[in-house]
Design a protein around this ligand. Structure first.
Ligand code: BGC
Length: 276
């Protein structure tokens, strides 16, 4: 059954690129945009498995009456990002809405963390966000006018994390990448606002996706996780997709350089819940 989102009429007819859209938060964002009448590029990592999952997302969007296509591309590779942007523009005319979402985790104690593991996370999560945003900005500037009836020339939303703020033991590479996104996002927002390009982030807490299955899929793990979430439930991908839709719509036209935390209160120092 499809999720019901608020309707932002200005979104219909625009073109979106969602990176890492074959699973998790990207998948939910792509489907939400498709339901909103946005034409969606479902980017996925270049593997057969991911292609299969991306095509399933395309089929799901089409079944809801929307339009989508799948394009492969490793966001950490400059040639592949530029190639996927060029293909998207060739096939759909332009891009208006960007969800720079692709992200990975590689857990390890720092003394065991290989340079490969450090680099893999920084390359996908941070360099990938930069390459995606850079390609998007080039296309927004090339197009030069907003989509008919809309306010901004283009909009970029990064998928950040509560770990842009909360330090994360054994995930120092991941936390560093999200901390990097926080200032990448704010710097780009400052730089691009005069050109009518809006840049913001969504900062999810614990959401049920494949990236953190271990943290929520057993009763024991879920109970432990819930001690960190004052609102008392683990988030759903649709909680994040709804926030992304709003950030991409004209309903948030005056929102620039903000990281919208969607975490059920994880950032509220939950260990102080009692009497402190
Ligand atoms: C991570 C998840 C984690 C959550 C809260 C997210 O950014 O990807 O694995 O559950 O932060 O710690």
């Amino acid at each position: 059954m499809s999720h019901t989102y608020p309707v932002y009429r200005d979104l219909a007819g625009q073109v979106a690129l969602v990176t890492g859209a074959s699973s998790g938060l990207g998948r939910a964002a792509a489907i939400a945009l498709g339901q909103a009448g946005v034409r969606v590029v479902v980017n996925h990592p270049p593997s057969d498995d991911s292609r299969g999952r991306a095509l399933a997302v395309v089929a799901e969007i089409e079944a809801l009456g929307g339009e989508a296509l799948a394009i492969a591309g490793d966001v950490s590779r400059e040639d592949q990002v530029d190639g996927l942007m060029a293909e998207a523009v060739a096939r759909l005319g332009t891009l208006h809405l960007i969800v720079a979402n692709a992200g990975i985790e590689r857990r390890s104690a720092v003394e065991d963390m290989t340079l490969d593991s450090w680099k893999a996370v920084i390359d996908v999560n941070l360099t990938g966000a930069f390459l995606t945003a850079r390609g998007a900005v080039r296309e927004f500037l090339r197009r030069g006018v907003p989509a008919a009836g809309t306010a901004a020339l283009g909009k970029i939303v990064f998928t950040s994390s509560v770990h842009e703020t909360i330090p994360w033991a054994f995930q120092s590479n991941y936390a560093a990448s999200k901390g990097g996104i926080a200032l990448l996002m704010r710097s780009l927002a400052q730089e691009l606002a005069p050109r009518k390009i809006r840049v913001n982030s969504v900062a999810p807490g614990a959401i049920k996706t494949a990236i953190n299955t271990d943290a929520w899929s057993t009763d024991e793990a879920r109970e432990k996780l819930l001690t960190l979430i004052p609102y008392g439930r683990v988030g759903e991908p649709e909680d994040i997709a709804g926030a992304i839709l709003w950030l991409l719509s004209d309903a948030s036209d005056y929102v620039n350089g903000t990281s919208l935390v969607v975490d059920g209160g994880m950032l509220l120092y939950p260990s102080f819940r009692g009497d402190g």
